[in-house]
Design a binder for this molecule. Structure first.
Ligand SMILES: C[S@@+](CC[C@H](N)C(=O)[O-])C[C@H]1O[C@@H](n2cnc3c(N)ncnc32)[C@H](O)[C@@H]1O
Length: 215
């Protein structure tokens, strides 16, 4: 093996090791600061689907600190991700820079309900919805026109910690929480009845769905 090849392999190994420790640090930061990020099982499922459907371009709704976006970019995808909270946005920019992924991830600081004009000329292989649960249907309806043929939509937190499952006891939940859960359940029914998509639900992580655009 030539010196150049060995140097390149060392460089790649150092890059992978740096990113692994960055990912662990992000998880730790999220835990300490109560930032809701995707669960390990959910993330593995997301990455499996990126591979399975050969996803190259992703629109993510809900960046938080950039944890899922960084993982999806490390899996090879180009990601546009939308975040409305300034502290989260700044934290995400810092983490993406540290990961050396500024050319793979673009973060938009805006409410996703208002962001369509910023992305309307783009096309995506995948839409990943992971923001305010009460607005899932709005996000879905707004952004599916940007999905390519056979594109997929993945949604997280559809079980909402068990509260959005059948027969969940909501007696101790506030009125606002009950309203949010009702909207999330309506959205699941909407997905089931949407004839333009074929949707499967998975008891993985906090409940996930994969919807494949039919044409
Ligand atoms: C569950 S966290 C996202 C976690 C992230 N996808 C991950 O797994 O690393 C949800 C994020 O969505 C943001 N969010 C909620 N509603 C939003 C909206 N309407 N537009 C943009 N961001 C929103 C919140 O500020 C929060 O940071």
């Amino acid at each position: 093996m030539t010196k150049n090849v060995i140097a390149m392999m060392n460089h790649v190994a150092a890059h992978v090791a740096n990113n692994m420790s960055l990912i662990e640090n992000l998880k730790q930061y999220a835990k300490e600061n109560h930032v809701p990020i995707i669960m390990d099982a959910g993330l593995s499922f997301l990455l499996e689907n990126i591979k399975k459907y050969q996803v190259k371009t992703i629109l993510e709704i809900g960046t938080a600190i950039g944890y899922s976006a960084i993982n999806m970019a490390l899996a090879g995808a180009n990601v546009v991700t939308i975040e409305r909270d300034e502290k989260m946005y700044q934290e995400a920019l810092k983490n993406i820079k540290e990961a050396g992924l500024e050319d793979k991830i673009k973060v938009l600081f805006i409410d996703a309900k208002e962001a369509f004009l910023l992305v309307e000329n783009m096309e995506f292989d995948m839409l990943f919805i992971d923001a305010a649960k009460a607005s899932y249907q709005k996000f879905f309806d707004l952004y599916i026109p940007l999905l390519k043929k056979n594109g997929i939509v993945i949604c997280d937190n559809l079980a909402f910690h068990g509260l959005a499952e059948k027969n969940a006891n909501l007696d101790n939940c506030s009125r606002n929480l009950r309203a949010m859960i009702r909207k999330l359940n309506n959205f699941k029914d909407y997905l089931k009845s949407n004839e333009n998509f074929s949707t499967n639900f998975f008891e993985i992580g906090d409940g996930m769905s994969v919807s494949i655009k039919k044409s």
